[in-house]
Design a protein around this ligand. Structure first.
Ligand SMILES: [Zn+2]
Length: 304
C-alpha cells in the first residue's frame, strides 16, 4: 500500500481526475415556470441489506420484508394522493422477490432504476464481477417491469474505479450516487466530458443515517424533516434542485412517513406551486436537453 504523502503530483492528480464534476447543468428555467425541481427517490432494498452480508436469519430479513409489505405501499399511497412522480432504485434480487411491487411502480408512472444485484459492495468486487452484476441487474429490471432503466444509484453510493466505465458501457443517461454539487452536473472521466449526468445525493438528504433507533445518531423524524425543509428553502432561493433519498423499510414506518408528509406540506406552503416534481430520469433528460448535451457517449467495453 503506497503512502499518500509520498505520491508524485501526477499520482494524486490522477486519483482526483478519474471521476470529477464537469459543467453544472442547472437550467435557466425549470418546466412550467417552476422555481425549483424536486426529485424524490426511494431505494427499495428490502431483504437485500442482510442478504448482501449473507445474514440469512428470519429476524434480520423481516426488517427488510416490512419495506415491501408495508413501507412501499404507504409511500405509493402518499405519492398517489399528492400526484407526485418518484424514482425507485431497486436491487434486482429485491425486484425478483417482489415483482408485483416493481411493476406497480412503473404502472403508477414512477421510474425504476438500477441499484445493484443484491446490494453488493462494488468497491470490493473485481471490475468484471461488478460489470456482470450491473448488466444482469439492468436486464432483470427490464424483464420484470417491462421498462429499461435509464439510470443507476450504486448500492450504498459506493463508486469503484470501474463504476463510471460500466455506466457508460450500459449507455445510461444518469447516475445518482455522487456528491460534488447541489444541482445536476456532467461527469468527467480523466478530464473528458462523458455525457453522463449526475443527479447528486448527500447524507444530509437521506433517511438512513438519522433514523436508526439503535444507532448513535438517531434523530426524531420531525427534527430530520426540519433539516430537509431548510435544504428545500435554500434550493428554492437558489433556483436549483432538491433530491431526497429514502427507503421503504425506513421511511415507510408510521412515525417516519410523518417527515415526508411534513416536508411536502412545507413545499406547498412556501413554493406555492412553483415546484417541478420529477423523476430522476425526467430531470436528467430535461437538463441534458436544455444544456444541448447530446446523447451519453458510450465508451468501448472495459476489459472483461
Ligand atoms: Zn440501497
Amino acid at each position: 500500500m503506497s503512502l499518500s504523502w509520498q505520491w508524485a503530483e501526477p499520482t494524486w492528480r490522477g486519483h482526483v481526475d478519474r471521476v470529477r464534476a464537469g459543467t453544472s447543468l442547472r437550467p435557466a428555467e425549470w418546466p412550467n415556470g417552476a422555481r425549483v425541481a424536486v426529485a424524490l427517490s426511494f431505494d427499495s432494498d428490502h431483504e437485500t441489506i442482510p442478504l448482501r452480508d449473507a445474514e440469512t436469519q428470519p429476524g434480520k430479513l423481516s426488517q427488510g420484508e416490512y419495506g415491501a409489505r408495508v413501507g412501499a405501499k404507504r409511500i405509493l399511497d402518499l405519492l398517489h394522493r399528492r400526484n407526485i412522480p418518484a424514482s425507485f432504485f431497486m436491487p434486482a434480487v429485491s425486484a425478483l422477490l417482489h415483482p408485483e411491487e416493481a411493476r406497480s411502480y412503473v404502472e403508477a408512472g414512477h421510474e425504476v432504476g438500477i441499484h445493484g444485484w443484491i446490494h453488493e459492495r462494488n468497491m470490493q468486487l473485481a471490475p468484471s464481477d461488478e460489470r456482470e452484476l450491473a448488466f444482469r441487474s439492468a436486464e432483470t429490471l427490464e424483464r420484470v417491469t417491462g421498462q429499461r432503466p435509464v439510470g443507476v444509484r450504486t448500492p450504498s453510493w459506493d463508486f469503484s474505479d470501474a463504476t463510471l466505465d460500466i455506466i457508460r458501457e450500459l449507455g445510461l443517461l444518469y447516475d445518482s450516487s455522487l456528491m460534488a454539487d447541489d444541482e445536476p452536473y456532467e461527469l468527467l472521466a480523466n478530464g473528458e466530458p462523458t455525457g453522463v449526468i449526475e443527479i447528486p445525493v448527500e447524507w444530509i438528504l437521506d433517511d438512513a443515517p438519522l433514523f436508526d433507533p439503535r444507532g448513535n445518531s438517531y434523530s426524531p423524524p420531525r427534527e430530520v424533516a426540519r433539516v430537509w425543509m431548510d435544504e428545500f428553502d435554500k434550493a428554492l432561493e437558489e433556483g436549483t434542485m432538491f433530491v431526497l433519498t429514502m427507503h421503504p423499510h425506513i421511511s415507510g414506518h408510521r412515525s417516519r412517513i410523518v417527515a415526508l408528509e411534513q416536508l411536502l406540506a412545507h413545499v406547498d406552503s412556501v413554493a406555492k406551486g412553483k415546484v417541478w416534481f420529477a423523476t430522476h430520469g425526467e430531470a436528467a433528460e430535461y437538463v441534458r436537453r436544455m444544456a444541448k448535451l447530446g446523447d451519453p457517449k458510450p465508451r468501448l467495453a472495459i476489459a472483461k
